[in-house]
Write a new protein. Sequence first.
Length: 270
Amino acid sequence: MSPGPLVRVAFPAPAPFGQGPPPGGVALLTIDRPEALNAVSFALLAELVAALRALDADRACHCAVLTGAGSRAFAAGADIRELAGQTPESLRAGDDFERWDELRAIGLPIIAAVRGYALGGGCELAMACDLIVAGEDAQFGQPEIKLGVIPGAGGTQRLTRAIGKARAMELILTGRSISAREAAAAGLVNLVVPAEETLDRALQLAGQIAAMPPIAVRSAKAMINRAAETSLTDGLADERQAFFDLFATADKAEGMAAFAEKRAPTWQGR
Ligand code: HXC
C-alpha cells in the first residue's frame, strides 16, 4: 500500500478581506497524518520542504499557509517512534536534519495556522514559519525533556528569541505547554482567533501579504530574520543595502507613481 502524500498542497480561492481586490497567490500546505496527530517524520519533513521549495520558485505564489489536518493538532512533535531507534551515529550520518536548514532558506513568507497541539518539533515547525495564527484551542510546548532529550530543531534558540530566556527556560526545563492566549501574551503568536476560524484568518492574513509587492516582501522577511543573526551595526548596513536595491525594481517605480497619481498600484514582481 502506498503511503500517499503526507503533505497536501492546494491553492484555495482567495478569501475576501478588507480593502482592494482579493489577490491569488496563496498556497495552502496541510500536514496530513491526523492519525498520528500530524507527527513530523523524516519523510514528511522532506515532502514539506520539497513542496515549499517548489512554491518558493513559483513566481505566482506570494505567501504560504501551513496547517495540520484535523482539529486536534498542528503537529504533536517529531515522530517519536522514528526517533526511538536513533543513535548519535545514525543521526549524524543521516541528512534528515538538513531539511530544517532548507526550510530556513525559503524566501516565501509562511504563516502557521495552528489548532490543537504544536509540541516539540511541531512547535519548532510553527516557529520556523514567519507568523503564527493560533486557534483558541492551540497548545504550544517543548516537551522533549520528558523524553530524555532537548528540542533539536531550533526550540532552544527560536523559543528563547521569541519569548525571552526566563520563560523559555521554564517551558523547556519543565516541558509545560502553554495555551494560545499565554503564547500570545508571551509574543510567540501573532493572533488568537476562535478555533474554527483559524484557517480562514490565516488565509486572510496571507492574502494581505500576497497583495504586497513580492520582491519587497521577500526582502523584508530576509532583513527581519537577519536581525536575529547579527549586530545592530551590521544589520543596519544590510538593511540599507536591501533598501537601496529595491530602488531598481519596477514595483518601486509603480508603488511611488501610484501614490502620486492617487490610484492603487499593480505589482509586477520585478
Ligand atoms: C509519533 C505520535 C506523536 C509523536 C502522538 N502520536 N504524538 N506518534 N510521534 N510525536 C500518536 C500516538 O502514538 C497515537 O497513536 C496517536 O498519535 C494519538 O495520540 P494519543 O497519545 O493517543 O492522543 P492523546 O491521548 O490525546 O494525547 C495527545 C498528546 C500525546 C498529549 C499530544 O500524543 C503526546 O504526548 N504526544 C507526544 C508529544 C511529544 O512528546 N512531542 C515531542 C516529540 S520529540 P496510536 O497508534 O497509539 O493511536 C520531538 C523532538 C524534535 O519533537 C527534535 C527535532 C526534530
